[in-house]
Design a protein around this ligand. Structure first.
Ligand code: G6P
Length: 367
């Protein structure tokens, strides 16, 4: 009913708008007197120091959080991280022992492949930690440790607020680990904690740009194909932006590491092909500009997404979308907002069944 949707037309719109609160509810109880406190975690500093490797295992959008987490955890901990979809991980005899942490990410806590991968990891002797939204779910129960995302119930099949709270837990965990490993100065630590606390308000700011995204959606809702490109964290965001769009609007879309495009996929770019270029990482901005020029030269229409000070994007892209400037490691939490809104408005203009897209289930409990 309309009341359940809080006055919004779809649960997805309501859940998109709930993200600042969901992220705040996830972060704020874990910060006490300027320190990250992960209360129920039994992992000791010695165990964290002993890890030679971290595997991240998940499905769907939770897997995309894992792709972000690979960059973030490696940056903060310098422990090698591999990320895998659960249905692949299970069937390739993963090389595990008690020096390996298997980090499992799941909104429902019931995804069959993810649960089976977790059980396999435990069976092979790895240490397990899960990031889960549903309290008391199978994955939460079966993991050595669990950190809950406090997103509240998510009804729309396409995840938004659960995804955003999973990202928040990834940052919490990365900074927590880095602190236990002794790799952050007191100043750096305090700065990251302050950034975590500022994140919900930054997400609110990013949500203010609705009208522009609605306009862009009105320009593009009829396209047949979309390519999302980005590097590093922006590649991870391209994966999620592409999935959001295709799952609810049924537009064919794919995500590519921007530098890889020229090794094949660029052959699909023709006059009018929409390319959404993500360039929120300053260190990679110029490389992205080159990639935008490459696709422009083949006739692409480019929508560039970057941070507020990178106005240079307007010299090469046809349209520019900006998100607020923030801590680079946490920029994905802002970049995802226009991607969710774009998918939502495109699907809405196409008249799609946004909350219940065809062929998809909220939780996949078959293998
Ligand atoms: C389904 C949903 C996706 C979700 C994936 C993993 O395919 O449609 O939105 O990302 O399952 O679900 P989980 O509950 O494990 O996060």
């Amino acid at each position: 009913s309309a009341a359940e949707k809080g006055g919004y037309q779809h649960f997805m719109a309501k859940e998109i708008m709930e993200q600042p609160k969901a992220v705040r509810d996830t972060i704020s109880p874990r910060i006490q007197n300027g320190k990250i406190v992960l209360d129920n975690i039994t992992l000791t500093a010695e165990q964290i120091k002993s890890f030679s490797k971290i595997y991240i295992v998940a499905c769907g959008s939770a897997y995309h959080v894992g792709v972000v987490a690979k960059y973030v955890l490696e940056k903060f901990t310098r422990i090698p991280v591999e990320v895998d979809v659960a249905s692949e991980f299970r069937y390739r005899q993963p090389i595990l022992d008690d020096k390996v942490l298997v980090l499992v990410i799941s909104q429902s806590g019931e995804t069959a492949d993810t649960l089976a991968a977790l059980r396999e990891a435990k069976h092979l002797g790895a240490r397990t930690l899960s990031i889960v939204n549903v309290v008391g779910s199978s994955i939460a129960n079966d993991s050595d440790d669990v950190i809950y995302t406090w997103a509240g119930p998510e009804i729309a099949v396409a995840t938004t607020k659960a995804y955003s709270t999973q990202l928040a837990v990834v940052y919490l965990l990365a900074i927590y680990f880095a602190d236990k490993l002794g790799v952050l100065s007191a100043e750096e630590y305090a700065d990251y904690v302050a950034k975590l606390q500022a994140l919900p308000d930054k997400i609110s700011e990013a949500l203010e740009n609705k009208e522009q995204i609605q306009y862009l959606a009105s320009q593009f809702f009829n396209v047949k194909d979309v390519f999302f490109i980005g590097r590093n964290l922006d590649y991870a965001m391209s994966l999620e932006g592409s999935l959001k769009l295709k799952e609810i609007s049924y537009i064919h879309s794919d995500a590519y590491a921007a530098g890889e495009l020229k090794h094949g996929t660029i052959s699909l770019v023709e006059d009018g092909t929409l390319v959404i270029a993500l360039a929120t990482q300053d260190a990679l901005f110029d490389k992205m500009i080159s990639n935008v020029k490459e696709v422009k030269a083949r006739g692409a229409v480019v929508l560039g997404l970057t941070t507020e000070h990178n106005k240079k994007i307007e010299q090469v892209a046809d349209y520019a979308l900006y998100v607020p400037e923030f801590c680079e490691m946490m920029q994905p939490s802002l970049a995802v907002i226009p991607l969710q809104l774009f998918a939502y408005y495109v699907a809405s203009m196409k008249g799609c069944d946004i909350d219940k897209p065809r062929n998809l289930a909220k939780s996949v409990t078959v293998e």
